[in-house]
Write a protein that binds this ligand. Structure first.
Ligand code: NAP
Length: 453
C-alpha cells in the first residue's frame, strides 16, 4: 500500500498489505483479546485511555507530520487534530463509568429489573483519510473504554497514519490485540465483515461505500453505524451579524481545505443582506494563504489525492457549463497533481452538481432567498442531512427554525463542529447512528435487561 505525499507526488513508503492468512490471525487475536479485555475494570481501561492521550501529546509533532505529509493538510491543522484525539480519549476515560452504569428499573408491580451495558466484541472500523487520526479516535476511545476490541481498515492513502494509531495504543500499554490495524484494500473488507468473530461495523466514508458495507453487514445481521457525506447548509438571515457570519462561513468552508463532511457547503442568504455577505465572504476566502503542508503560516496546501482534486474540478466545470455564475474564480489541478484554488459559485439550479451533490473540497455554493421560509425549504432540499448552521440574532426564531431543519445537528450563530460532548451523526443519506457523547458509546453495546423475579 503506497503512502504518497500529495503535495509533491513523492512516494513516502510502500507498506506490505496483509494476506488472507494474516487477516485471520489478526481477527482471532482481536477475539482472544476481547475475552480478557471485557473483564478488566472500567478504572483499568480508563486509565489506559488516559495513557493513550499522554502518548498522543508526547508525540504530537511526529504524528502531525505524518498526517500532513500523507494527506496534505497544513501542519497547524494536523497538530489540532492530534490534540483533539487526546481530548476524546480523556473525555471517555472520565465519563464512561457513568455512561455505562447499570440503570435500575422499578416496575409498577413492585418487581425490580435493570439495564446493564455489555460490550459486543470485536468491531470493524472502516475509516476515511480526511481526518485520519480524529475519525479513528472517535471510534476507538469510546469502544475500547467500553470493553470492545477494534480493528481498523483505514483509507488506502493513509497507511502510515493507520500504523501510527496502532502504535499509540501499544505504547500506552493496551494489551496486544485490543486495537489492531489491517493493511488491506476495500476489496478485502467483505471477508472481515463475514468473519464470525467480527460483531459489528462502523463506516465513515462515502454514500457508495455506505450502501455496500451496510448491505454486506445486513446479510450477516451485524449492526452498522454509518457516518456518510454531507452538503451542510449555512443559513444567513437578514437580522444576523453579517460580518461574523461571513468570517465563520469562510472558516467553515476552508477548514481541512474543504474536505470535511460537516463543512458548510451551501450558503443560503436572505436577499437584503446577500451582497454584503458575499462581498465579505469572498474577501475572507481570498485572504487564505496557500503553501507547503509543513509551512507554519499556510492556511491550505493541496487536496488529499490528485483524483479527488480532478473529481471536484469536474463538478465545478459541469456546474459552470450549465450556467452557474463564477463569483470567485479558482483553478483546478495541474495534470496528475492535487493542487486546487477555491471557487465560489452562484445562480445554481438542481441539475448542477454544485446544487445537488456533495462538493468535497474548497468550493462554495451560494444561494439568494427571499425569506426564511424559502431558506429552510432550500436547506432541506438535499439528499443529505448531517449538520446545519443558522445565523440570526433572534433566539426564539433560531430555536423554532432549528427544529424545521432536517439534519443531525443545528449550530446557531456558529459553524458546525464535532466535540466529544455532543452527539454526532446524520439522517437521510448522511447515514445513521451516532458517535461521541453518551449516545456514541452505547452504539456497540448489548443493552441487556436483567429482570429479578
Ligand atoms: P470512501 O471512498 O467511501 O472511503 C472511506 C473508507 O471506505 C476507506 O477506508 C475506503 O477504503 C473504504 N471503502 C470504500 N469503498 C469501499 C467498499 N466498496 N467496500 C469496503 N470499503 C470501502 O470515502 P472517502 O473519499 O475516503 O471520504 C470522503 C467521504 O467520507 C465524503 O463523502 C465525506 O463526506 C465522508 N465523511 C463523512 C464523515 C462523517 O462523519 N459523516 C466524516 C468524514 C468523511 P479504500 O481507501 O481502500 O478505498
Amino acid at each position: 500500500m503506497k503512502s504518497i505525499n500529495p503535495y509533491t507526488g513523492e512516494l513516502l513508503k510502500d507498506i506490505e498489505e496483509h494476506s488472507e492468512e494474516d487477516i485471520d490471525i489478526i481477527i482471532n487475536k482481536a477475539e482472544a483479546a476481547f475475552q480478557g479485555w471485557k473483564k478488566r475494570s472500567m478504572d483499568e481501561r480508563s486509565s489506559l485511555m488516559n495513557k493513550a492521550a499522554e502518548v498522543l501529546r508526547k508525540n504530537k509533532e511526529k504524528y502531525a507530520k505524518i498526517i500532513s505529509l500523507e494527506m496534505g493538510k497544513v501542519i497547524s491543522e494536523s497538530r489540532s487534530e492530534v490534540e483533539k484525539c487526546a481530548w476524546v480519549c480523556e473525555y471517555y476515560a472520565e465519563k464512561s463509568a457513568d455512561f455505562l452504569a447499570d440503570e435500575p428499573i422499578h416496575l409498577p408491580d413492585g418487581k425490580e429489573a435493570k439495564v446493564a451495558y455489555d460490550p459486543l466484541g470485536t468491531i470493524l472500523a472502516v475509516m476515511p483519510w480526511n481526518f485520519p487520526f480524529w475519525q479513528v479516535f472517535r471510534f476507538a476511545a469510546p469502544n475500547l473504554t467500553a470493553g470492545n476490541t477494534g480493528l481498523l481498515k483505514h483509507a488506502s492513502n493513509v497507511p502510515q497514519c493507520a500504523l501510527a494509531i496502532e502504535e499509540v495504543f501499544s505504547e500506552a500499554g493496551f494489551p496486544k490485540g485490543v486495537f489492531q490495524t489491517l493493511i488491506i484494500g476495500s476489496r478485502k473488507v467483505e471477508k472481515v465483515i463475514n468473519h464470525s468473530k467480527v460483531k459489528a461495523v462502523t463506516l465513515t466514508g462515502s454514500e457508495k461505500a455506505g450502501q455496500i458495507i451496510a448491505a454486506q453487514a445486513g446479510k450477516q445481521i451485524k449492526k452498522t453505524v454509518l457516518e456518510l457525506g454531507g452538503s451542510d447548509p449555512f443559513i444567513v438571515l437578514k437580522d444576523a451579524d453579517i460580518e461574523a457570519a461571513a468570517k465563520t462561513a469562510a472558516k467553515g468552508r476552508m477548514i481541512n481545505f474543504g474536505q470535511s463532511c460537516i463543512a458548510a457547503k451551501r450558503f443560503i442568504v436572505e436577499a437584503p443582506v446577500y451582497d454584503q455577505f458575499i462581498s465579505a465572504f469572498k474577501s475572507h476566502i481570498q485572504n487564505y494563504q496557500a503553501g507547503d503542508p509543513l509551512d507554519e503560516n499556510a492556511n491550505y496546501a493541496c487536496m488529499a489525492r490528485p483524483d479527488l482534486a480532478e473529481e471536484l474540478y469536474q463538478q465545478v466545470k459541469s456546474s459552470i457549463d450549465r450556467g452557474a455564475e463564477v463569483i470567485l474564480e479558482g483553478s483546478g489541478p495541474n495534470e496528475g497533481k492535487a493542487n486546487f484554488k477555491p471557487f465560489i459559485l452562484g445562480n445554481l439550479r438542481p441539475d448542477m452538481p454544485a446544487y445537488s451533490e456533495e462538493l468535497f473540497g474548497p468550493v462554495a455554493s451560494v444561494f439568494k432567498v427571499k425569506d426564511e421560509k424559502e431558506a429552510i425549504k432550500l436547506a432541506n432540499d438535499s439528499n443529505f442531512g448531517l449538520g446545519a448552521a443558522l445565523w440570526t440574532k433572534a433566539p426564539e426564531k433560531a430555536e423554532k427554525l432549528a427544529r424545521e431543519i432536517e439534519s443531525g445537528a443545528v449550530f446557531i450563530n456558529s459553524m458546525v463542529a464535532s466535540n466529544p460532548h455532543l452527539p454526532f451523526g446524520g439522517i437521510k443519506n448522511s447515514g445513521y447512528g451516532r458517535e461521541l457523547a453518551e449516545n456514541g458509546i452505547k452504539e456497540f453495546m448489548n443493552i441487556k435487561t436483567v429482570f429479578k423475579g
